[in-house]
Design a protein around this ligand. Structure first.
Ligand code: ACO
Length: 346
């Protein structure tokens, strides 16, 4: 028997900042409304020549550098996204080529904002089942490509970015203790892109009706998000044998500050145990948890033995959580090297 743990993290966000004030010029909204209702102040937007695989590449290079692992030693690349470069080839395969992960099986996972949590479950299953030793999970989004910047209900919420974590084997009983993975297709219409591939293939009509953009029933998602993240986190804490208050750091999916506060209150956690960066990046869907994780690791907020919980919900609907005992020593390595920032804009 062996455990599964994270041995390296990395993140990348594009250089361009879109502030609430910028959005005031595009739609009928205000900085005050956005901050009050969501906690978001700004988000990052990928440049026209930056694809999801480009963002993912830098995040993955940084995670591999932290772990001291060569791309050629990666067995599987699981790329979680709602915004792949294109349908064919998969974004995972494009990333594999750019990364030089020549031995790896690479593929995409569509689980919306829960993608990184599902990736954690996959990595754990693959490693504990001895189908792989080294699994790279990356959450990446260029949501700005499918956001309708004439729809104030959605365009204020989303941002672009990538976050990655390298999973490897560890002592049994350390690392990942539990992963909860859930879906309810009955809730599919609450958050959707109405047209696409086999349903309503792209046509002049679907483009004219703006059906290739995100549509969301935010009010319906809100209570579901709070309940589902609380429930999945409690189950993972139970499986780890911890009461929720034994969690040292909780990283929830960053969709709305009020949703995060709701989950935190229900779990009885103080504010200083819950990481929030939604003010700087908005909702980056599958990238939000690994971006936050890399920030806390590089800031030295996680040390060996700490109890970490993550939780997410998203379109599909999907939701889940994971608990893990952190196995890496306190990170003191500073910023990623130039070789791990290939392609990053200065
Ligand atoms: N600026 C100003 N007013 C706005 C804006 C805006 N950007 N957006 C909506 N409004 C208006 C609405 O039109 C509504 O006006 P009305 O009362 O005249 O109809 C009013 O503000 C209130 O709207 P509500 O929907 O009641 O606002 P609410 O407090 O619910 O906040 C929000 C809306 C932020 C979308 C919230 O419901 C939410 O965060 N829901 C969850 C969404 C979410 O998490 N989505 C991501 C899912 S994860 C994934 O897989 C991508």
């Amino acid at each position: 028997m062996r455990g599964t743990t994270i041995t390296g993290t990395g993140m990348y966000v594009p250089e361009r900042v879109l502030s609430n004030r910028d959005l005031e010029k595009l739609v009928d909204t205000t900085d005050e409304w956005i901050v009050d209702r969501t906690g978001i102040r700004e988000r990052r937007i990928a440049a026209a020549d930056q694809a999801s695989s480009d963002l993912a590449l830098i995040a993955c290079q940084r995670a591999l550098e932290m772990a001291g692992v060569d791309a050629k030693d990666v067995d599987q690349v699981i790329l979680a996204t709602t915004t792949p470069d294109r349908i064919l080839p998969s974004c995972g395969c494009t990333l594999q080529r750019k990364l030089g992960a020549t031995r790896a099986a690479a593929y995409d996972m569509l689980a919306a904002c829960t993608g990184f949590v599902f990736g954690t479950g996959m990595a754990r299953g693959l490693i504990s089942g001895r189908m792989a030793d080294t699994v790279l999970v990356v959450g990446v989004e260029t949501l700005s490509r499918i956001v309708d910047y004439t729809d104030r209900n959605t365009c204020v919420l989303f941002g672009d970015g990538a976050g990655a974590a390298l999973f490897q084997a560890c002592e049994f009983g350390e690392g990942v203790h539990a992963v909860e993975m859930h879906s309810d297709g009955e809730l599919g219409e609450v958050l959707e892109v109405p047209s696409g591939i086999s349903v309503n293939p792209a046509s002049e009509q679907t483009v004219a009706r703006r059906e290739h953009f995100i549509r969301m029933q935010g009010k319906k998602l809100f209570p579901f998000a709070v309940r589902s993240m609380e429930d999945a986190t409690r189950k993972c804490c139970d499986a780890a044998g911890w009461p929720p208050e034994a969690v040292d750091l909780f990283i929830p999916h960053q969709a709305n500050r009020r949703i995060i506060d709701g989950v935190r209150e229900r779990l009885g956690l103080p504010e200083n145990k819950v990481y929030v960066n939604i003010d700087r990046y908005g909702n980056t869907s599958s990238a939000s948890i690994p971006i936050a994780l890399d920030e806390v690791v590089r800031a030295g907020r996680l040390k060996r033995g700490d109890h970490l919980a993550i939780a997410a919900f998203g379109g599909g609907a999907t939701w889940g959580a994971s608990t893990m005992t952190w196995t890496m020593p306190l990170f003191t390595g500073g910023a990623p090297s130039a070789s791990a920032t290939d392609g990053a804009r200065a």
